[in-house]
Design a protein around this ligand. Structure first.
Ligand code: R1P
Ligand code: URA
Length: 237
């Protein structure tokens, strides 16, 4: 029973799926965590793998960039493959001054300039929030001096436009927004639609108010170990 966008068979996905944006990051994560990982879908290059971590099944799949793409995959995983929890493992641009490049951000909730969730509940400014149990499991897994922030992020449609606007940034900082990315509000909305769980754990790859320590493109795809450990803890909690 393939879907239009996933060629896996029923039972191929584990109940918990890590969902990075980049399919190559999905492949790196699968190789890093699961010696027994097998490719279960590659439609449109959205690579998906399933294996085990410490004896527990886990899947990892690339979502592509932006809410339309990530929400489409989240919907098909929840609705057709029996997936119970999705943990996005991504990067974000830092907004709050206390967030430094390399820090981890656990997204309690995601504001958004997208209207995808408004289409679900017309007339409502829907609040897209993470699953409390997953937040708690990720926070419980923080060790020692690991720099981790827990709070709100914002999910934007544009990479190059509104979130980088000089008038917006101080306001977002004032209102406690930790960082910006492009998928979580959509994924959290899909989880709510199907009564499932979702969480986003991000690595700050660049800072919108101070570009001096920004990661290179390669670092953005390889500097996710700290976030990954928290994501796996939440996946298997
Ligand atoms: O690193 P990923 O997970 O792709 O996340 C961020 O990076 C991409 C933009 O460069 C967007 O997908 C944004 O959400
Ligand atoms: O969406 C994103 C992701 C990383 N950095 C940004 O500035 N924006």
């Amino acid at each position: 029973m393939a879907t239009p966008h996933i060629s896996a068979e029923p039972g191929d996905f584990a109940p918990a799926v890590l969902l990075p944006g980049d399919p190559k990051r999905a492949e790196r994560i699968a190789k890093l965590l699961m010696p027994d990982a097998r490719l279960i879908s590659d439609v449109r290059g959205a690579l998906a793998f399933t294996g085990t971590v410490d004896g527990q099944p886990l899947s990892v799949m690339g979502s592509g960039m932006g809410m339309p793409s990530a929400t489409l995959y989240a919907t098909e995983l929840y609705k057709f493959y029996g997936v119970e929890r999705i943990i996005r493992v991504g990067t974000c641009g830092g907004i709050a001054r206390k967030v430094q490049v390399g820090d981890v951000v656990i997204a309690l909730g995601a504001h958004t300039d997208s209207n995808m969730n408004q289409q679900r509940l017309p007339g409502l400014n829907y609040s897209a929030v993470a699953s409390y149990d997953l937040v708690r499991a990720a926070v419980d897994a923080v060790e020692g001096d690991q720099r981790v922030h827990v709070g709100m992020i914002t999910s934007h449609d544009h990479f190059y436009f509104s979130s980088h606007d000089e008038t917006w940034l101080p306001l977002l900082d004032q209102y406690g927004v930790l960082g910006v990315e492009m998928e979580s509000a959509g994924i959290y909305g899909a989880a709510a639609e199907f009564g499932k769980q979702a969480l986003t754990v991000l690595t700050c790859s660049d800072h919108l108010l101070d570009a001096s320590h920004n990661m290179s493109a390669e670092q953005r795809e390889t500097s996710f170990q700290g976030a990954l450990r928290l994501a796996v803890a939440a996946a298997h909690s």
